[in-house]
Structure formats: structure tokens, C-alpha cells
Write a protein that binds this ligand. Structure first.
Ligand code: CP
Ligand code: NVA
Length: 313
């Protein structure tokens, strides 16, 4: 594999299949043997830029750095003010003089690409309005653990064609997992991301489908996924979305159409009674806490590789 030292992670599509496989393998190894990278980040600092709230992302990135002997600094929106107090260029160039990696959760995806353009250290996308690549890595790690292999498996996503759906779709396309999204009209995934996924799928054999009917999407699926109907930054659309999305709730009636051993996935935070019923979110087929745990292992792998870790064969 080519070295991932110094590499940004802005989109899942930044990785080749080979690189993606290496990241997932590294994450699995680090989950089993965290001591492999103990001390790797000694004396190193991760700057964590947050324009939006977070539980999982903040805690898992910070914990990953701590477990590798390094340090992380949490920068909240009022600390920086990218685009108001100073430009992304200035933030990236200053941070690059002090820290060894930057993680950013932003509204505009363009803010992350601009940070990466000017940073001389790796920049990791921790959610933008376009993608959530770290989430997708943790999710496919979870899928591998529960379903043993990825190629030819069927992942059904029900709900909004949002950032989480985009990264999942790209990752599925790369590894050859069939991906069907059921979403209401007007809430499709971005046409550009869909085209990108379909181009990748030509290589892997994955089928990438967009449908309107949730039952059609989940038929025979190995894994069912949903996410909030209103993402951070879309709060003013909440009432409109609440009127459109109810037929897309992931509940027991819908789950019955999937394979009997299908797993239920959600990136969290969840709204019980909206995009998912409490019964299903908290039920025996739910793997949402494995997904949350795997954020730690997946991001630790991304960080360790970007900081120059070379796993032994
Ligand atoms: N799934 C996820 O990114 O959670 P947070 O928003 O809490 O970080
Ligand atoms: N789609 C959600 C994911 C939260 C982790 C959002 O962007 O708010």
C-alpha cells in the first residue's frame, strides 16, 4: 500500500480501494491491540475545530490522541470564527505551525477543502454538509464485524440523502456493497456524489440505487441504516421535513421486510419516534453502540496512519 503519512481525509473517495482496505484493517488491528500505537503521538497535538455540536466525534478523536500518548485541543465556534474572525487560510496556516493534525466539523464542505488547501499537516473531515467519512469508516468496520464480508452484501438506507448517506454510498461503491437509498422526492443524495459512486461501482460491481419506496429498499437487506431527518444547520426546515419524512421511519414493520438477521444502524444522535422507533433503536438487531465504539478505532487508524504509522505485515 502507498503510505498514508500526511494524507488528508476530506471525502471517502480520497482513498483508493487498497488504501481504504488498509485503513479498515488497521482499525480492526488497533481495536484488538491498542498497544500497537501507544506512544505514537507522544508530543503531538491534534487541533479539533467544531462549528457544530458533537458528542461522539469530539470524545473519540480526543480519546484516540490520548491513547496514543498525544494531546487534542477542542476549539469551539466562538474560539475561531472561520470566515468572520479570520479566514480558513489563516487558520490552517497558523495551526500548521503548532500542531501535527487538524480535524474539522464545519457547515460548508468548502471550509474543509480550504483548510486542507492551506494546511501543511493532515486535515480530517469530521462532518461537513456534504460528507461524514469517519462515520462511514466506523460503520463499515461494524458491518465487517457483524457480517464477515462486505462485497455483495446489501445495505439499505432509509431517509434523507444527506452527508452520512453520501459517505456510506461512496464507501459501499468502493468495496462492492450494494447500496439502496429510499428517500422522499426532493431529498435525494447529491447528483454529483451519486455519479461519483456509480463510477466507483463500475469497478467493484456494487449496485447503487435511489428509490422512493422504503419497503423496496429494505427487501433482502443485510443492514438497515437511517439518520436524522433534519441535520445540523437545517433547523429552520424542521417543520417541513417532519411533514414529509414519516413514511420513511425505520420501525418494526419495515424491519420485517429485511433479512431476518439484518442489523440496524444509526450514526446517532437519534430521535426515537421520528426517523426510528424506540423499539428498533433499542432492540436486539441494533448495533448502534458498536458503531459509536468503532468511531474510536477507525479514527485512531486514520490518525495513526496520517502521522506515519506503518503497520507490520
Ligand atoms: N455520529 C456523530 O458524528 O455523532 P456526534 O455528532 O455526537 O459527534
Ligand atoms: N446528518 C447528521 C449527522 C449527525 C452526526 C447531521 O449532519 O446533523
Amino acid at each position: 500500500m502507498t503510505s498514508l503519512r500526511g494524507r488528508h481525509l476530506l471525502s471517502i473517495a480520497d482513498y483508493t480501494l487498497d488504501e481504504l482496505t488498509s485503513v479498515l484493517d488497521a482499525a480492526l488491528r488497533l481495536k484488538r491491540q491498542p498497544s500497537l500505537v501507544a506512544g505514537l503521538a507522544a508530543g503531538k497535538t491534534l487541533a479539533m475545530i467544531f462549528e457544530k455540536p458533537s458528542l461522539r466525534t469530539r470524545v473519540t478523536f480526543e480519546t484516540a490522541m490520548t491513547q496514543m500518548g498525544g494531546h487534542a485541543i477542542y476549539l469551539q465556534p466562538s474560539d475561531i470564527g472561520i470566515g468572520t474572525r479570520e479566514t480558513a487560510q489563516d487558520v490552517a496556516q497558523n495551526l500548521s505551525r503548532w500542531v501535527q493534525a487538524i480535524m474539522a466539523r464545519t457547515f460548508k464542505h468548502g471550509t474543509i477543502t480550504e483548510l486542507a488547501q492551506y494546511a501543511t499537516v493532515p486535515v480530517i473531515n469530521a462532518l461537513s454538509d456534504l460528507e461524514h467519512p469517519c462515520q462511514a469508516l466506523a460503520d463499515f468496520l461494524t458491518l465487517t464485524e457483524h457480517k464477515a464480508y462486505l462485497k455483495g452484501r446489501k445495505l439499505a438506507y432509509v431517509g434523507d440523502g444527506n452527508n452520512v448517506a453520501h459517505s456510506l454510498m461512496l464507501l459501499a461503491a468502493l468495496v462492492g456493497t450494494h447500496f439502496t437509498i429510499a428517500c422522499p422526492e426532493g431529498y435525494d443524495p447529491s447528483p454529483e456524489v451519486l455519479a461519483q459512486a456509480r463510477a466507483l461501482a463500475k469497478e467493484s460491481g456494487a449496485k447503487i440505487n435511489v428509490v422512493r419506496d422504503p419497503v423496496e429498499a429494505v427487501k433482502g437487506a443485510d443492514a438497515l441504516y437511517t439518520d436524522v431527518w433534519t441535520s445540523m444547520g437545517q433547523e429552520e426546515e424542521r417543520a417541513k421535513r417532519l411533514a414529509v419524512f414519516p413514511p420513511y421511519q425505520l420501525n418494526a414493520a419495515l424491519l420485517r421486510h429485511a433479512k431476518p438477521d439484518a442489523i440496524v444502524m444509526h450514526c446517532l444522535p437519534a430521535h426515537r419516534g421520528e426517523e426510528i422507533s424506540a423499539e428498533v433503536l433499542d432492540g436486539p438487531q441494533s448495533v448502534v453502540l458498536d458503531q459509536a465504539e468503532n468511531r474510536l478505532h477507525a479514527q485512531k487508524a486514520v490518525l495513526a496512519l496520517a502521522l506515519g504509522w506503518v503497520p507490520n505485515e
